[in-house]
Write a protein that binds this ligand. Structure first.
Ligand SMILES: [Zn+2]
Length: 358
């Protein structure tokens, strides 16, 4: 024992705890919040709202999103369950819609350099599935306020959207990034605008936190990142903060190379993918950065026992995580008992978290 008092009864409501962490204030224990996607087959069965309908229909999106809180016990609600809202609103097409897997890109919104000039900023109240996501947000917002839990929505950052996420196919966008920087900058600027228009609509509808997805940042060399991506991602973070939301920046894959650059984005928190070690990230980030993560959702949460999930959660907490959550999104085949084990770990060991009151 380290002599700290163990409190088994929570002193703070989930929203107070979550916002306190964002403000780097002391908390009673670590929050266990859904910052990445939460749709799983077990929660679909519990809620009666299945993919692919829950990607497309507001009522079903609400039911499945709510189940992460009500059934699994996660301390918040997070919708939607995919990363293609912006791209679909710009004309991208998806295929292979399944109950137990993510849809696959069939046709990107931008396939040629000429498409960049034709690309228009979508109207979130009219285009693609954005209206359904906004409707689900409006339904969930008062419910989350009543339960005192955060409502987390997601927007794709300008780098990730211009290089991937259904807007382009990374097979050719990475070539453009090297060979056609002026065209790529035009696209990145437009992607920034698309994200900001969408973020404003989500915040108006009641989102209190935006998970700003930088899914493809790991693929960029640090020297390149210092040019366009840093500027546009930082502007995006700043403007969403000005709209009144908390911003968590998420990057998939091993972001070791550009991690120092991500610290310059000045998001309220950084959500780490599972490939980066939490202790190493904390050592680089220092004490002044809020880190979220990063239990492995592809192996630990799917294949291991609840006891082993709790062990890995304990490691993340002790290594310096401020928000306990998976690295990337929950895999659809995550057993419910492992989601619950993560919540249990937060309640049991969360008093050891960095920001917990001593
Ligand atoms: Zn990810």
């Amino acid at each position: 024992m380290d002599g700290r008092k163990i409190r088994m009864v929570d002193e703070m409501r989930p929203i107070e705890r979550f916002h306190a962490v964002m403000e780097k204030n002391p908390v009673d224990r670590i929050p266990v919040a859904p910052v990445t996607q939460t749709g799983t087959v077990d929660l679909m069965e519990a809620s009666g709202a299945y993919w692919p309908e829950a990607h497309k229909d507001a009522e079903k999106m609400v039911k499945l999103g709510w189940a992460a809180y009500e059934v699994a016990g996660l301390e918040g609600v997070r919708i939607p369950f995919y990363i293609y809202a912006e791209a679909e609103a710009c004309g991208a097409e998806l295929t292979k819609w399944k109950k137990d897997n993510h849809p696959v890109l069939k046709k990107a919104a931008v396939s040629t350099l000429e498409d960049i000039d034709r690309l228009e900023v979508p109207d979130p109240h009219r285009d693609g599935r954005m209206p359904q996501i906004l409707e689900a947000t409006r339904i969930l917002a008062p419910r989350c306020r009543k339960e005192k839990i955060p409502l987390i929505l997601t927007v794709i950052g300008p780098t990730a959207l211009s290089l991937n996420a259904g807007m382009t196919d990374s097979m050719y966008s990475m070539v453009w990034f090297k060979r056609n920087p002026e065209e790529m900058e035009k696209l990145m600027r437009k992607c920034l605008e698309i994200g900001l228009v969408y973020a404003e609509a989500l915040i108006d509808a009641g989102a209190d936190t935006i998970l700003y997805n930088g899914a493809f940042d790991a693929g960029i060399a640090p020297a390149d990142y210092e040019k366009m991506p840093l500027r546009y991602n930082r502007e995006g973070v700043r403007k969403i903060k000005e709209l009144g939301a908390y911003v968590i920046y998420h990057s998939c894959m091993d972001i070791r190379r550009v991690f120092p650059q991500l610290l310059k984005l000045e998001a309220h928190a950084i959500s780490l993918s599972q490939e980066m070690d939490m202790a190493e990230a904390r050592a680089i980030a220092g004490e002044d950065t809020v880190l979220a993560g990063n239990v492995d959702p592809t192996y630990t949460l799917i294949k291991k026992s609840p006891e082993e999930v709790i062990e890995e959660c304990k490691y993340c907490i002790d290594a310096g995580s401020d928000i306990l959550c998976p690295g990337c999104g929950f895999g659809p085949k995550t057993p419910l008992e492992n989601m619950k084990a993560m919540v249990e770990a937060g309640k049991k060991y969360g008093h050891n978290a960095r920001l917990a009151k001593r």
